[in-house]
Every structure is written in structure tokens, then in C-alpha cells.
Design a protein. Structure first.
Length: 69
């Protein structure tokens, strides 16, 4: 996986990989994804920490890297 790749979360939600790495809210490697549709939870910011930027609110979502292809 590389930043900018088109990805699927759990095989159903398409988007673009915007962040890959550690996060402050969970262990392990996480993917920050800008979804194609406004079905996310944020705009790339979680609890005041900015990980990536989305074009619109509610398009950002994080998923463990093992759930992203």
C-alpha cells in the first residue's frame, strides 16, 4: 500500500489512501482513507490530531491495514 492508492475497506467501501502508519488512538498500523462517498466519520482529524485532509467533511475513516486492499 502507498499513499494515493485506490483502496477498498473490507472489500466494500472504495476510497483513496491518505495516511499509513501509527495513530494515537490504537495499536498497530492504520490506514487513513478518504472515501468516495460521504460515509466517513471525520475529515482526517481525530481528537484534535490531524492525520490527513479530505476534500469534504465526513469522507475520512481509519481502518487497520489488514482490512484494506
Amino acid at each position: 500500500l502507498q499513499i494515493g492508492d485506490r483502496v477498498l475497506i473490507s472489500g466494500v467501501k472504495p476510497g483513496v489512501l491518505r495516511y499509513l502508519g501509527n495513530v494515537h488512538f490504537a495499536e498497530g498500523e492504520w490506514c487513513g482513507i478518504e472515501l468516495d462517498e460521504p460515509e466517513g466519520k471525520h475529515n482526517g482529524e481525530v481528537e484534535g490530531k490531524k492525520y490527513f485532509q479530505c476534500s469534504e467533511d465526513h469522507r475520512g475513516i481509519f481502518a487497520p491495514s489488514f482490512k484494506v486492499v
